[in-house]
Design a protein around this ligand. Structure first.
Ligand SMILES: CC(C)(COP(=O)(O)OP(=O)(O)OC[C@H]1O[C@@H](n2cnc3c(N)ncnc32)[C@H](O)[C@@H]1OP(=O)(O)O)[C@@H](O)C(=O)NCCC(=O)NCCS
Length: 212
């Protein structure tokens, strides 16, 4: 299967929101809000348009990845810019065919070429350790409360950048979505029944799990 990766264009926006909604529907909770995140991220100051990619198969958009700027802050209050990706989405009927891998690897290479140093994400370790991500604790990065969430992962794309400091990850505030606005936005899409999937329980467990 030939997978083409290119930058997202304005006329792709709605298609990307639709595929994001399909990819995330009922995955973390009944329904989803990632399509609203995509929508608001593009016009947020932390958005990195150079790292906004779509994947195409036979000319059809089947996947997307987006990045936002964030910070890590050390024990001396010094801040360094890092980046995060999310959401990353692949249309369900095109999953397990290498599309997600192409989007992640292509964008990580591009991020490195642009001079970005560190990527910090929240995600399932199973999905991302295969690309070189490690538990953020291994790089001395905690969350803002000094804890080490199980799902906080990081990769130094320029080695040694973090040196021997202790860091706190300060994510972009764009990820704090307004639930009412998200619900309103969802109503602009065709109606879709919300339901339960076991991944919702996995997500709930992962969100409350910390590494000692
Ligand atoms: C997570 C997600 C982006 C991964 O995208 P994807 O296109 O399915 O990813 P890939 O196909 O590259 O890899 C998935 C698996 O398929 C396997 N695979 C890749 N190409 C394959 C092929 N041609 N034949 C069989 N298997 C293949 C990979 O080895 C990988 O296996 P693993 O999970 O056991 O490591 C996608 O599943 C998705 O959108 N999920 C819903 C939204 C979501 O959860 N996003 C991430 C939030 S943390």
């Amino acid at each position: 299967m030939d997978i083409e990766i290119r930058r997202e264009r304005e006329d792709d926006y709605r298609k990307v929101e639709e595929l994001t909604r399909e990819a995330f529907w009922d995955i973390h909770f009944p329904g989803c809000d990632e399509h609203y995140l995509v929508h608001v991220l593009r016009s947020h100051p932390d958005f990195i348009p150079e790292l906004d990619y779509v994947a195409l198969v036979d000319g059809k958009i089947v996947g997307n990845i987006m990045y936002a700027k964030a910070f890590v802050e050390n024990e001396n209050g010094e801040r360094l810019e890092v980046i995060s990706f999310g959401p990353v989405s692949v249309l369900p009927s095109y999953q397990h065919k290498g599309v997600g891998t192409s989007l992640i690897q292509h964008s990580l290479r591009q991020a490195m070429n642009m001079g970005h140093k560190v990527v910090v994400i929240y995600g399932h370790p199973y999905n991302y350790c295969k690309y070189g991500f490690v538990g953020a604790k291994s790089l001395n990065i905690s969350d803002e409360n000094g804890r080490f969430p199980y799902s906080m992962l990081a990769i130094e794309i320029q080695k040694g950048f973090l040196n021997d400091h202790k860091w706190k990850f300060i994510p972009s505030r764009v990820y704090e979505l307004d639930a009412a606005e998200s619900e309103k936005f969802d109503k602009t899409f065709p109606k879709k029944e919300k339901g339960f999937k076991p991944s919702q329980e996995e997500f709930r467990i992962a969100c409350h799990a910390y590494v000692e």
